[in-house]
Design a protein around this ligand. Structure first.
Ligand SMILES: Nc1ncnc2c1ncn2[C@@H]1O[C@H](COP(=O)(O)OP(=O)(O)OP(=O)(O)O)[C@@H](O)[C@H]1O
Ligand SMILES: [Mg+2]
Length: 260
């Protein structure tokens, strides 16, 4: 397998910015993520991480710069078009239907992706294929035993696993995780880390994460955002030892993550 740093760029952000009035939530960020890479984005609260993800996913439009996906300029493409071009994501705040089962939630995601929408009628021919895909996705995230259970009965960690299954439904090339381990117990976090580690390298992962144990277990490269700007980027060991990065965290309430 080609090492990520010599593989083709899957995502290129070129001088990307997002302003609200005179406030720069994301400010002139240039970033390259290679195919197969696990790339973590870290930074204090309000640094612009989620905004940056929204600019990649097309949920928000840039106010400056370019977004290039797999060599194609998608700067003006909307969210659905980028999803079709291979961008999948999980959200910082959960977006599951708690009164439906795991399998029903995943089925909805698959149906959206194969163009069946939320129509109640599924052609007979498509039913078997839909059920097979749902079972396969649920197995990939280790929730087979929970497939028929209501989402409302799942633990926090299991819900986040289910969200990964739903994000995988569109067979993405680039998967964005926004703080997937927030609120997880240490054992749930460990399980989630193993889930990300087990994802095939055909999938490129961009991960916003506050827990640096997770970051250093998963990431090939780390980008540090602070006040909307890219402060530093490099392999995990460089970031771990960076006085500049440590200084940004001090006094933010996140300094404890550097002690871990
Ligand atoms: N729609 C908006 N209008 C004005 N300001 C916004 C808007 N969305 C975000 N911001 C501001 O932009 C900055 C970056 O927000 P963002 O949510 O991207 O940060 P973050 O790094 O994801 O933070 P957290 O770690 O708390 O999730 C914050 O100061 C936020 O208040
Ligand atoms: Mg955020």
């Amino acid at each position: 397998m080609t090492p990520p740093e010599t593989a083709a760029p899957l995502l290129q952000l070129q001088g990307v910015g997002k302003s609200y009035g005179g406030f720069h939530a994301v400010d002139d960020v240039s970033l390259t993520v290679h195919a197969g890479e696990r790339h973590a984005v870290i930074g204090p609260n309000g640094a612009g991480k989620t905004t940056l993800f929204n600019l990649v996913a097309g949920t928000l439009r840039v106010t400056s710069g370019r977004v290039v996906l797999n060599g194609r300029d998608v700067t003006r493409a909307g969210e659905h078009s980028r999803a079709r071009a291979g961008v999948g994501r999980t959200f910082q705040h959960s977006s599951l239907f708690t009164t439906q089962t795991c399998a029903e939630n995943v089925a909805l995601a698959v149906r959206r992706c194969i163009g069946l929408g939320t129509s109640l009628r599924v052609p007979t021919k498509a039913r078997g294929e839909l059920a097979r895909q749902v079972a396969d996705l649920i197995e990939r995230v280790g929730l087979t035993d929970r497939a028929g259970d209501l989402v409302g009965d799942l633990s926090h960690g299991e819900r986040r696993q289910l969200e990964v299954a739903m994000a995988l439904a569109g067979d993405p090339a680039l998967l964005l995780f926004d703080e997937p381990t927030a609120g997880m117990s240490p054992s749930e976090s460990g399980q989630f880390t193993r889930l990300v580690q087990a994802l095939p390298r055909t999938l490129t992962v961009l991960l916003i994460e506050h827990d640096l144990d997770v970051v250093f277990s998963v990431a090939d490269r780390v980008s540090v955002l602070a006040t909307g700007r890219l402060l530093e980027q490099g392999p995990p060991e460089q970031i771990r030892n960076s006085p500049q990065v440590e200084a940004v965290y001090l006094g933010t309430g996140h300094d404890e993550v550097f002690i871990a």
